[in-house]
Design a binder for this molecule. Structure first.
Ligand code: BDP
Length: 696
């Protein structure tokens, strides 16, 4: 087992009762109609049935007669549904599904019904999932619907097949051989995403290449869009703001210039001629050197609206990123997105979504939620998570991200209402014309197991589940993924679950405890680099930790940058007091003396040292837990994870030793007695060079 099949590895059903139930249904499958999505369902049922029962499904030609399992949409089944049932299913909305027993003319059938064919597909995947996790019960009714409209993967894939911050091989998009050659992997990719309810994908890097918008590339993209359509997945592309210059022969990309407006209108028309349901554009502008409207004295709304207007007649969306900051502005990077976007609140077209990273800096191991959530109320905000583990161990570490995402989504914003959370802000459309969005930066590549680290699959899985329902509990997601991936043994599940659920806190402890952030190696972001200084200040570590002989931390209270004032007063007030702020964010907002007293009575310095040490111990515990599973997991996957956990332990020690020795070189304080003393000396850690670290 090399992990290729992901969570769709339909194992033979062992339980005789379950097997009889499932076989009974698959012996009489009736489809209420025909469409491409039902072809996809058929293929999935065939694959599942072959694996689970060692037989093909038997299709029934008649609705009544021998049929047992009914599959279709609410409309298609309207004659067999009561008005109340129809109403209940309709209420679930687009992409929602219902499955359960249906009595018609005295006979009970089992039905899987969507409001649209893709909803039906989601219902089928959910049914298959319940069989794999042994939770299927043919007499109970299950219904569900997504809380977020656009559930999207963002690939940071370049046209030469390198992947920015990708740690799982090359890009799966084989542009060179498209459109002629269609890699079968595209289908497995679509199946995996559809099984999670992911319904959109942006194929290309946000640091965009205008070539993707040329006719030749559109032909390639069309092949993917056609393949993904039956799976309910829409294709988006990143648009380089300066494309009118690069591929349009214009001298300007000024969003108010009539020629530029014409260029984008025509490009968009052409795009829709190839892909009638094209999703839209995703744009990174005026950020980290990317071109944008500022070059022409225009603001983000003027830039975004011009593109949105080109897309609007076709129903397309314009997703504009809020990840903007400049080192030329003398302002805490934490504050810059709010400073740019708050004054523009309400100035964006209805088909614009502002995509905001979960935190204000940059996908750090832990960040407080981005203050834009809650601060703007007339602009649709979408969430951007990073599934690829740029700052969280890349491809060598097991760090399960669901608890971190859950922490962000459940954070109270206190705006627009007292009960608002980040999740409620993201789930709520400004009005009926707006679409809601959760995006995740993909961790997928050409590695056989798709994600480099086997446990990276859990992050893809958890992302999909949370995009569907941001209120979900990460523990429930974990349990499900473990069962789908390793089977139903409860002892094994509880051990793996502990590893997964503790892994994020462990990584925060050995990388950036107590609110420290952005202290990783320069540029490749691999490993520790608390000493990184020189060059652009907001890309250095010293800018963020501000350690000196007296103390450490970034003062973002009113005596410092006052970024705290960008949050609701309830938060700003509580967090501005170092004794009240949750300690996990302490040094994010406060610069404190080394002998500041923590809640457990330790000094800040001893607390920092203890967190680093605890992180290492946790990493070792994960390694031991995994070792105890030897023989219970197939040797291939066991050995894969075993090797990576050994690297993770070394990397955890490296982080702890490097950071503690560095901070000690500044404060000259002794290490607390109870921790394991760092080996080596600071010069050794500083001298390490990583020419082959995963690139940017
Ligand atoms: C940073 C990455 C950089 C991305 C940027 C972004 O280091 O490679 O281009 O985010 O989100 O975290 O645009």
């Amino acid at each position: 087992n090399d992990g290729y099949k992901l969570w769709l590895d339909y194992q033979p059903i062992q339980d005789p009762e379950l097997k009889t139930q499932v076989k009974n249904l698959l012996d009489g499958v009736f489809f209420y109609g025909e469409n491409d999505t039902y072809q996809v369902i058929k293929k999935e049922l065939e694959l599942a049935s072959e694996n689970m029962l060692d037989q093909s499904p038997i299709y029934s030609q008649e609705r009544l007669g021998n049929s047992k399992l009914w599959i279709g949409t609410r409309d298609q089944l309207s004659q067999v549904l009561s008005l109340t049932q129809q109403g209940e299913i309709r209420e679930l909305g687009a992409d929602g599904y219902w499955r359960g027993p249906l009595v018609f003319e005295g006979k009970t059938y089992y039905a899987i019904i969507g409001n649209n064919p893709v909803g039906t597909l989601y219902g089928v995947f959910n049914w298959l999932n319940s069989i794999q996790t042994k939770t299927f019960n043919s007499s109970s009714i299950i219904s569900d619907s997504p809380k977020v409209k656009v559930r999207m993967l963002n690939h940071w894939d370049n046209l030469d097949r390198t992947v920015e911050r990708g740690y799982a091989g090359a890009s799966i998009w084989d542009w060179h051989r498209l459109p002629g050659y269609v890699d079968p992997r595209y289908i497995d990719y679509a199946r995996a995403n559809a099984s999670l309810g992911i319904n959109a994908v942006s194929l290309t890097n946000v640091n965009a290449n205008a070539l993707i918008l040329t006719t030749d590339f559109m032909k390639k993209v069309k092949v993917l869009a056609d393949l993904f359509r039956p799976y309910g997945i829409k294709v988006f592309l990143t648009a380089r703001f300066s494309a009118p210059i690069q591929i349009g022969g214009l001298k300007t990309a000024d969003p108010l210039d009539p020629e530029v407006i014409k260029f984008w209108k025509e490009k968009t028309v052409e795009m829709y001629s190839f892909i009638p349901d094209f999703g839209g554009f995703l744009v990174k502008a005026n950020s980290e050197g990317q071109p944008g409207p500022h070059e022409y004295g225009r603001n983000h709304a003027e830039g975004a609206n011009m593109l949105a207007d080109a897309l609007a007649p076709h129903g397309g969306l314009l997703i504009w990123r809020a990840f903007v900051y400049s080192h030329e502005v003398d302002e805490d990077r934490h504050k810059q997105a709010n400073l740019e976007f708050e004054p523009l609140d309400g100035k964006f077209r209805d088909n614009v979504i502002i995509q905001v990273k979960n935190g204000a800096i940059d996908f750090q191991p832990r960040e407080p939620f981005h203050p834009l959530f809650g601060a703007v109320n007339h602009t649709q905000l979408g969430m951007e998570f990073q599934i690829t583990q740029e700052y969280l161990g890349q491809a060598t570490q097991l760090v399960f991200l669901a608890p971190m995402w859950e922490e962000v989504l459940k954070s109270k914003t206190f705006q627009p209402s007292q009960s608002s959370t980040v999740a409620s802000v993201v789930e709520t459309p400004i009005n009926e014309n707006h679409k809601t969005l959760i995006a995740g930066v993909s961790n997928i590549g050409t590695d056989r197991n798709w994600t480099g680290h086997l446990f990276g699959q859990a992050n893809w899985y958890a992302f999909g589940k949370l995009a569907w329902d941001p209120e979900l509990d990460s523990k429930a997601i974990t349990d499900e993924w473990i069962k789908l991936t390793f089977g139903n043994s409860s002892e094994l599940a509880s051990k793996i679950e502990t590893m997964m659920l503790e892994s994020h806190e462990a990584a925060v402890d050995y990388m950036t405890p107590l609110g420290l952030h952005h202290i990783m190696g320069r540029s490749h972001h691999y490993g520790p680099g608390p000493w990184v200084t020189g060059g652009r200040a907001d890309w250095t570590s010293l800018y963020y930790h501000r350690a000196d002989s007296l103390g450490i931390g970034f003062d973002r209270t009113s005596s410092g940058s006052d970024a705290l004032a960008q949050y609701a007063p309830e938060i700003a007030q509580e967090w501005s007091d170092p004794n009240q702020i949750p300690e996990k964010f302490l040094l994010w907002f406060h610069h404190l003396p080394w002998d500041f007293k923590l809640k457990n009575g330790m000094t800040l310095w001893d607390g920092i040292a203890n967190h680093y040490d605890l992180g290492v111990k946790k990493a070792r515990e994960m390694q031991q837990t995994w070792a105890s599973l030897k023989g219970e997991i197939d040797p291939e996957r066991f050995h894969h994870v075993e090797q990576l956990l050994a690297i993770q332990v070394e990397e955890a020690e490296w982080w702890r030793n490097a950071c503690l020795l560095y901070f000690q070189s500044i404060n000259h304080l002794p290490f607390p007695d109870n921790i394991e003393k760092p080996e080596g000396d600071l010069e050794y850690y500083k001298s390490l060079r990583f020419p082959n670290a995963p690139g940017i």
